[in-house]
Design a protein around this ligand. Structure first.
Ligand SMILES: C[S@@+](CC[C@H](N)C(=O)[O-])C[C@H]1O[C@@H](n2cnc3c(N)ncnc32)[C@H](O)[C@@H]1O
Length: 224
């Protein structure tokens, strides 16, 4: 690796590195959000997506109990801890996440039948905020990638509907311009407002968007 031009980092095609991975590495090393995340101590550039979504929709501050789905490496959880320091926070990811003070972490598949109960028990109260940045590993086939990630979002939405506190918020990454019709119908039934947003930190070329569903209407068995 060597510096080149006006501070731009270029990566030599090292043995064993594909042209695609070189392109990814170059983009990563020259990404201002990556530099800013490093300078400010956030574990991921994704932290800025949550910060920017919150600047627009104001759902983090004041949260008391938060579930972070797809928590690794922990940028969103750090943001939650900073903006809602008193909140109980639990996170789950297939990948390991280095400890974050005040956050209970599970290294497991959210799609595992046992995951919802474990998250509920660890939190010990109804969450008022459920955030999901989960994305399936892409295989490069647009339709397959869309379906795999939508499967995760649908499971996250179901978890939200079954667990959120009345008035709570559900935020999730979706692919390709928004939620599909079925998911949108579910969210409309259970939340008073549903917005789609692409925060500036989300790369322009990527198909990711975020859905922000606020004002959970509650469940039939909720106290009036
Ligand atoms: C974009 S990253 C999350 C970044 C995180 N929000 C942050 O700020 O650090 C997406 C994460 O979703 C996780 N993920 C994908 N499928 C999952 C599943 N079935 N169960 C749990 N985590 C999953 C991936 O392992 C990955 O770490």
């Amino acid at each position: 690796m060597r510096g080149a031009g006006a501070g731009k980092v270029r990566v030599k095609t090292a043995k064993g590195r594909t042209a695609q991975s070189v392109r990814w590495l170059e983009r990563h090393l020259n990404d201002p959000y990556v530099k800013k995340a490093k300078a400010e101590g956030w574990r991921s550039r994704a932290a800025f997506k949550l910060i920017e979504l919150d600047e627009k929709f104001h759902f983090v501050k004041g949260s008391r109990a938060v579930v972070d789905l797809g928590v690794a490496p922990g940028g969103w959880a750090q943001v939650v801890r900073k903006m809602a320091p008193k909140a109980a926070v639990v996170g789950i990811d297939l990948l390991p996440t280095d400890p974050i003070p005040g956050v209970t972490l599970f290294e497991m598949d959210f799609m595992d039948d046992k995951a919802p109960d474990l998250l509920r028990e660890a939190l010990g109260q109804e969450p008022d905020l459920i955030i999901s940045d989960m994305a399936a590993n892409t295989v490069g086939h647009a339709q397959t990638d869309h379906l795999r990630t939508m499967g995760l979002v649908e499971a996250a939405a179901q978890f939200a509907v079954e667990n959120l506190r009345k008035g709570g918020t559900f935020v999730a990454k979706v692919f390709a311009g928004g939620t599909d019709a079925e998911l949108l119908a579910v969210l409309k039934r259970h939340f008073t407002t549903i917005k789609h947003a692409k925060p500036p930190a989300s790369r322009k070329g990527s198909v990711e968007w975020y859905v922000v569903a606020q004002g959970f209407k509650g469940r039939a068995d909720d106290p009036a």
